[in-house]
Design a protein around this ligand. Structure first.
Ligand code: ASP
Length: 332
């Protein structure tokens, strides 16, 4: 177990640094916020949308438009994550994503609504918006998850277009990597999944998660992002959480589900994210060599974020303000 005092010291130290860091997700800030006039807090804290990494900023913009016009959180998260999915400059999500070791861009995504309905696609190729296919799996089939060719065929009969997702830049990066063909999942830098959780004006929570997964992964590898409860989970009574980073590490501890359960048992979103990261630190001895980051929102609209290594950023849109914030981390 990590000594609580040592842990607080790390958290306090982590707040020293950039301006963005001073606005970061420390539990102290969360508690302070929680103490401010409670009745007002609920009004101000929703609607809200939180998402991973800096591509969360334009994604949040799209989600916010839906939330502001009294839209459903489910529509907000779908519209939100479609932005990085179609941006060729984002090399870890959708179109422009870095391929697997054999040169194929393979996509994973999942979505979950306030009623606990969910849909997911894994190892999907040639479709630019896996999140919308995941939503269709949720809404049009008796199933939750479709994978590979089955997911692709389902997308085709439902009006999606077959597209080449491998951009020139991604192909060049792959050819360069292929010269040495060294697969080192620990050192891989391709940790940039977008996970997003939103609460709409009606107070309903939904979440989405979409990725091209780890660059140079084995062909057929599926990460945490399409696994409900690992890459993302929401429970409308409690809150929601999403993960980014090494999917294998997140699947092992059902990360997003764990965070929601911790919040159900009274932890704040920040405390829940920190406990989940501590779980990885305790159980996975190689944790120093990879990154995992979590974001969380509770039913009141309070947020949390935490990661193993420093460098994890998340985007938070509320009170008409969209901000990129630095998460605190276990290792500093
Ligand atoms: N979690 C993703 C995966 O393992 C990677 C990422 O966050 O970019 O597929």
């Amino acid at each position: 177990m990590i000594d609580r005092r040592e842990f607080l010291k790390k958290a306090a130290l982590a707040t020293v640094g950039t301006i963005a860091l001073s606005k970061s997700s420390s539990s102290f800030l969360q508690e302070e916020t929680a103490d401010l006039g409670k009745s007002k807090q609920t009004e101000e804290l929703i609607p809200v949308v939180i998402s991973t990494w800096k591509h969360g900023i334009p994604a949040n913009e799209a989600a916010w438009k839906v939330l502001q016009s009294n839209g459903r959180a489910l529509d907000a998260v779908e519209q939100g994550v479609r932005v990085p999915e179609e941006d060729p400059k984002v090399t870890s999500v959708g179109y422009g994503g870095l391929p697997d070791r054999d040169g194929f861009v393979t996509l994973d995504a999942c979505i979950m609504d306030e009623k606990g309905n969910c849909g997911s696609v894994a190892f999907l190729q040639n479709i630019k918006h896996p999140i919308s296919v995941a939503r269709m799996v949720m809404e049009k089939t008796p199933h939750i998850m479709l994978a590979g060719k089955g997911a692709f065929d389902f997308a085709m009969v439902n009006g999606f277009k077959k597209e080449n997702l491998l951009t020139k830049e991604a192909k060049e990066a792959w050819l360069k990597w292929k010269k040495e063909s060294k697969y080192n999942s620990k050192k891989s830098k391709g940790y940039d999944t977008i996970g997003m959780i939103a609460i709409d004006k009606a107070g309903n929570i939904s979440g989405a998660c979409t990725t091209s997964g780890l660059a140079w992964k084995y062909h057929g590898r599926v990460g945490d992002s399409p696994i409900i409860g690992a890459g993302m989970f929401v429970d409308n009574e409690v809150g929601g959480a999403a993960a980014t980073g090494k999917g294998e590490a997140v699947i092992k501890m059902a990360g997003s589900f764990l965070i929601v359960e911790l919040m159900r048992n009274g932890k704040s979103p920040q405390e829940a994210c920190e406990i989940a990261i501590q779980r990885i630190v305790k159980k996975q001895s190689d944790h120093k060599e990879f990154q995992v980051g979590f974001i969380a929102l509770d039913k009141k609209g309070r947020y949390g974020a935490y990661s193993i290594n420093k460098g994890f950023q998340f985007a938070l849109f509320r009170n008409n303000q969209n901000q990129l914030l630095d998460s605190n981390s276990f290792l500093i």
